[in-house]
Design a protein. Structure first.
Length: 202
């Protein structure tokens, strides 16, 4: 009797994150080749989601910083910015985000989600440093520093605004995935809302 043909097993998805001493955590429900997926300790995956949540919310806070204090920023003795400039400074972040969405998705698919997340954290640090280092006040230097900061912030938003579901599918089992996905998605909106509180207090 003829033996059944051999079927070559093919991984159903690309590993998204390297963990557990270099072993890949598969992003599908059953794991590559039918193996049971490993999602890591409970505290570890919720800690990672918490860090991602804070990064995403922080990015949105820095994005929605000048809008709530537009009246003060427009004063000649503060910054003297026009209403048109106040609109275009956040728009530079929008343009930067659109340009960085595809590269960040490719980076996550090829190298895992750790690299893009760390890169976005570095971008957040850089854009805040630009606002702190350059002296504030009326002048072109302040405008240029804030435009550059928003461009960097937009680059970080490309991954932080959309990476929550990817992180959820990689790190969380099915019973926790809905909660993790919701938290990853709502983080940016929490940041925008917090900007209306933090902006006037800063």
């Amino acid at each position: 009797m003829d033996s059944p043909p051999k079927v070559k097993r093919v991984a159903s998805s690309t590993p998204l994150l390297l963990a557990d001493e270099g072993h890949a955590i598969p992003s599908d429900a059953t794991g590559s080749g039918g193996a049971t997926p490993r999602h890591g300790p409970v505290w570890q995956r919720w800690y990672i989601l918490g860090v991602f949540f804070v990064l995403s919310a922080t990015q949105s806070i820095t994005w929605n910083f000048y809008g709530p204090i537009a009246g003060t920023v427009e004063r000649a003795d503060v910054l003297g910015w026009s209403r048109a400039l106040l609109r275009w400074i956040p728009n530079t972040a929008n343009l930067s985000m659109v340009l960085c969405v595809y590269p960040s998705a490719v980076a996550a698919a090829r190298g895992g989600i750790r690299g893009p997340t760390i890169a976005c954290a570095a971008c957040l640090l850089a854009q805040v440093a630009l606002r702190v280092v350059v002296p504030t006040g009326p002048g072109e230097a302040c405008v240029a520093a804030n435009v550059a900061a928003m461009v960097v912030a937009g680059g970080a938003a490309a991954w932080l605004n959309f990476g929550g579901p990817v992180l959820s599918s990689a790190w969380f089992p099915a019973r926790e995935r809905a909660t993790a996905t919701a938290l990853g998605c709502v983080a940016s909106y929490v940041g925008v809302a917090a900007g209306f509180v933090i902006g006037p207090l800063a």
